[in-house]
Design a protein around this ligand. Structure first.
Ligand SMILES: Cc1ncc(COP(=O)(O)O)c(C=O)c1O
Length: 285
């Protein structure tokens, strides 16, 4: 049985009953977070709570995840999931009013829903080989800084990647790299890291922030700036970061080799530092 959190209560996931008028259901009107737990330790929980608070404020839902005790919800859902590592999904919608209408309803209280799943980490042998990625135009809206549950373009670009046996679709807009269906992108050229600046065009990923911080600690130059699609195609290394993909190396882009066509030395150094940080050091060749 999977435990769910549903509007103040813990119950079996399949006992949750959603109103057909819930704004999440009819409008995709809500925001969410996904937090990884390594063992019992939540990874960067404060950063996730802060980002959720910001997403809620940006769409005008008056709920404070910190005062609202959301940290405890994440921990309790994780504790109920037996897996060694887990992710907890938590979403807030604008609630279920008495009728359907686009503007904010007066009579709805936010719906809060969460549950945990085992974290299916990318395995060391796959990481050592690296992953294919493909590219596609970014057809999303211009508030990608909000972690919204309305994810149809992400669903389509994730499916496009899957159909081409790729780990991710890397998106571009106006000749600039943005991010991926559900992860961020970093490149390395001549030992320097560059990643698209975290503005309205991308989600400021927590693992992206962690990797930028780790790189600075390791004395590797990092620039958060506009990254040209052309730079992506000529990069020595490409990495993808997210809560579930962690820090993954891309070795082919639209079928062409990235750099030498295998995970690069800067990725190996950063990945080793990341593994230490999450308490899962591993030796890789
Ligand atoms: C569009 C998008 N970008 C980036 C990320 C990575 O964010 P994080 O590292 O916080 O998981 C996600 C995660 O779901 C995402 O959906």
């Amino acid at each position: 049985m999977t435990l769910a959190y549903w509007n103040g209560h813990y119950m079996p996931l399949d006992a949750v009953k959603v109103s057909p008028l819930d704004r999440g259901f009819v409008f995709g009107d809500g925001v969410y977070e996904v937090v990884a737990f390594y063992g019992t330790e939540a990874f960067e929980l404060d950063a996730h709570l802060a980002r959720l608070a910001r997403s809620l404020a940006e769409i005008g839902i008056a709920l404070d995840p910190i005062a609202g005790g959301f940290a405890e919800i994440f921990r309790r859902l994780r504790a109920d999931c037996g897996a060694p590592d887990a992710t907890v999904y938590l979403q807030v919608t604008r609630g279920a009013p008495g009728t359907r209408g686009h503007a904010f309803p007066a009579d709805a209280t936010p719906t809060v829903f969460g549950f945990a799943t085992p974290l299916a980490r990318l395995q060391p042998d796959a990481l050592a080989t690296g992953f294919p990625a493909v590219t596609a135009p970014d057809i999303r809206w211009l508030r990608c800084d909000i972690k919204a549950i309305s994810l149809l373009p992400a669903v389509l670009s994730a499916q496009a990647a899957k159909e081409r046996n790729a780990l991710e679709t890397i998106l571009h807009r106006d000749g600039l790299v943005t991010e991926c269906s559900s992860s961020n992108v970093l490149i390395v050229k001549d030992g320097r890291i560059a990643t698209p600046v975290a503005d309205h065009r991308i989600l400021d990923g927590i693992d992206r922030q962690v990797v930028v911080r780790l790189a600075r600690q390791h004395g590797i130059p990092v620039q958060e700036r506009n990254v040209l699609l052309e730079e992506l195609r000529t990069a020595d290394e490409i990495w993808i970061t997210s809560t579930t993909k962690e820090v993954a190396p891309v070795v082919t882009l639209d079928g062409a080799a990235v750099g030498l066509g295998k995970p690069g030395p800067v990725w190996r150094e950063m990945r080793a530092a990341f593994d230490v940080l999450i308490g899962r050091p591993a030796s890789r060749g």
